[in-house]
Structures are given as C-alpha cells and as structure tokens.
Design a protein around this ligand. Structure first.
Ligand code: B16
Ligand code: MG
Length: 217
C-alpha cells in the first residue's frame, strides 16, 4: 500500500549546516560572542529566531528588539549568498536516487522543514519538482518536536499519519515524527538518534531489502 514519505531538508537532503554555522559565527563575532561548532549542533532543526535567542543566552548578551531583527536579516542574507553556490552535487549521498525510486513507484513525497528558505534551496538543487508537497518554516507555528510540520505534510498528501515515514537528522525531528505516530528513520549518528525506529548513517547505508519493505508494506 502507499505511504507518505516525508523528508527533512537540512541534514537529510543537503548539508547546509556548514553555511548556517559560518553565518551564525559572523553574527556572534559581531556581538563579541564566542560561538563553537558544538553549539551549532544544538541549532539543528531550530528556527532562526530561536537560534539567535540561544546564541545570546550562551554569550550572556542582551540586545534590543531592533538590533535583534537587523542581525537576523543580516544572518539570512549571508546564508543565502552561500546557498547561491549550491549545485546538484551538494545533494547528500543516495538521496537523489532514492527520491527517483519513490517517484517511479508513485509514492507521495513531501518536505517537512523548519527552514524558511526550503523552496529556493530545493530549486537550486534541481529537485523541487520531485516533491508533491512542501511544508516549511513559513507554514508552521509550532517547532519540532511538535508534530505540526509533519501532520500538515500528511494532510497535503491526503495520507493518514500512521502511513507516513519521516527521514530526520535531528533529535527534535525524530521526536516530532514519533509524536505524530509516524515511522521515524534517523540519518546520522545512532547515539544521537536512538529514539528513531531505524537509524542509518546515510541513504547509501539503507539496505535494499529494507527499502523494498518500506515501499511495499
Ligand atoms: P532558516 P531543517 C532547519 O532546517 C535547520 O536545521 C536549522 O539549523 C535552521 O536554523 C532552521 O532550519 C531555520 O532555517 O533560517 O533557513 O529559516 O533541518 O528543519 O530542514
Ligand atoms: Mg535537519
């Protein structure tokens, strides 16, 4: 029977975390805050506004509302400049083939991301048209681990949540899928993602028989 296949964007389809890191670090430096790669890890799946709040808290800094908004605009402009350099080669290993396989077997595909830049990024990567539905940071009000983003995706695909499979690289994202009663598949480190139903290092590590099972069950 058919399933809904829902993909997170950053860390699942493409590695934009490195761009976010550079842009956040520039912002932190401009405020005299030291921002590390470990801290950047904790911003995965976290919204733009919430990310800046966290950075300010870690750096023990307070800024007024106007500066806060200016800094966010600047961060996003720098991030988008780096996004401009993305090509199809930046799609994470195995993802493109897997998407094509899903389309061949006419399985519904959605994107479920916290990013407000999801649409331009998918267009840059040349895979926008492979998605039947896109739910991103411009469509949802409650952040992961709230299941809103994935439930909205199912609604757009006209599929029940219990028939949905979610691919996620963040703990909050795995929890969001679990909270929605969906099958959660973690991509990345087993240690971080132990709450997921299955974890693979990348799509290349997903065994063929497991893929068949997903597609046919
Ligand atoms: P933007 P995902 C998330 O995307 C990123 O993991 C997170 O680092 C980022 O801050 C957030 O999107 C917001 O992105 O600034 O582009 O709106 O992993 O949910 O696809
Ligand atoms: Mg992610």
């Amino acid at each position: 029977s058919k399933k809904a296949f829902i993909f997170d964007l950053d860390g699942v389809v493409v590695d934009t975390a490195k761009f976010h890191f550079v842009a956040w670090q520039r912002l932190a430096v401009s405020l005299g805050i030291n921002f590390t790669e470990e801290e950047n890890e904790q911003l995965k799946g976290v919204s733009r506004v919430r990310s800046l709040e966290k950075i300010l808290k870690w750096g023990n800094k307070e800024i007024d509302q106007k500066t806060f908004e200016e800094k966010l605009i600047q961060k996003n402009e720098e991030y988008l400049e780096m996004v401009e350099t993305l090509t199809q080669e930046d799609i994470l290993p195995g993802v493109h083939d897997f998407l094509l396989r899903l389309r061949e077997s006419e399985q519904p595909i959605a994107l479920g991301s916290a990013s407000k830049n999801a649409r331009p990024i998918l267009k840059k990567l040349g895979i926008y048209d492979l998605f039947d539905a896109i739910v991103d940071g411009t469509d949802v009000s409650k952040a992961k681990p709230d299941p809103e983003v994935f439930l909205n995706a199912c609604q757009l695909l006209n599929m029940p949540a219990k028939n949905a499979v979610v691919f996620e690289d963040s703990i909050a994202g795995v929890q969001a899928a679990n909270n929605a009663g969906m099958i959660s598949i973690g991509l990345g480190d087993q240690k971080n993602l132990s709450e997921a139903d299955e974890v693979f290092e990348s799509f290349l590590e997903m065994p063929t028989d497991y893929q068949h099972q997903l597609l046919n069950k």
